[in-house]
Design a protein around this ligand. Structure first.
Ligand code: GSH
Length: 210
């Protein structure tokens, strides 16, 4: 069975959503990033980069959420078009997510909530960039139902991971009607709801018994 080392985080939930959508059984291993478990020796042998998620598929260890989404899509033949142009549109969004959206959201959240000292220039820089990216996605969804075209794909799963945690960088979807419509449609999918339930349970399992 596929092992998923994860926590209730934007990058982790993408993998759970993909597995639920693709109806692949998996075993969850909690890595509590709030307690720093991603920097411990045992976990670092799986991912020297010290970040979740990590998947172990029949002994094959894979890191990086976008690479994991592609691996699972290729394994099942689901949520990634086989024809070249459609496939390229999905990769376009995955690269955009990994190089632009995810760093902007993560850094905006860090400087808003976790920085040991206020850094107004950095916070403004990443928040403005995250807002600009939300605008781009809202514009894209004015003319197509999903991120890479007419079908729900792993590109939607990638972007949804951070929309699920949009409160961390202090952003909202207010005034973004197309993105709001898309987000509601993705959140309503039974597989997405099941993945979120399982991700949130990872926090519960770490709480001491009352
Ligand atoms: N590019 C990586 C980013 C992974 C990442 O930043 N994971 C976060 C949780 S969403 C993490 O492990 N943070 C803890 C840390 O950086 O120490 C991916 O897409 O998988």
């Amino acid at each position: 069975m596929i092992e998923v080392h994860a926590f209730a985080t934007p990058n982790s939930v993408k993998v759970l959503i993909a597995l639920e959508e693709m109806e692949l059984p998996y075993e969850l291993k909690t890595v509590n990033v709030r307690k720093g478990e991603q920097k411990t020796g045992a976990f670092l042998t799986l991912n020297p980069n010290g970040k979740v998620p990590v998947v172990v598929d029949d002994g094959f260890v894979l890191t990086e959420s976008a690479a994991i989404l592609v691996h699972l899509a290729e394994k099942t033949g689901k949520l990634l078009p086989s024809e070249s142009a459609g496939r390229a549109r999905v990769f376009e969004q995955l690269f955009f997510h990994a190089s632009a959206l995810s760093p902007a959201f993560g850094n905006a959240g860090f400087f808003k909530r976790s920085s040991p000292e206020p850094q107004p220039i950095a916070e403004a820089r990443f928040t403005t960039e995250a807002e600009r990216i939300l605008g781009l996605l809202d514009d894209k969804l004015a003319s197509q139902p999903f991120m890479a075209g007419d079908e729900f794909t792993i590109a939607d799963i990638a972007h949804f991971g951070w929309m699920w945690r949009i409160q961390f960088p202090g952003l909202t979807l207010e005034g973004r009607p197309n993105l709001s419509r898309w987000c509601e449609a993705v959140a309503a999918r039974p597989a997405v709801q099941q993945a979120i339930t399982r991700a949130e349970a990872l926090i519960e399992t770490q709480r001491p018994a009352a």
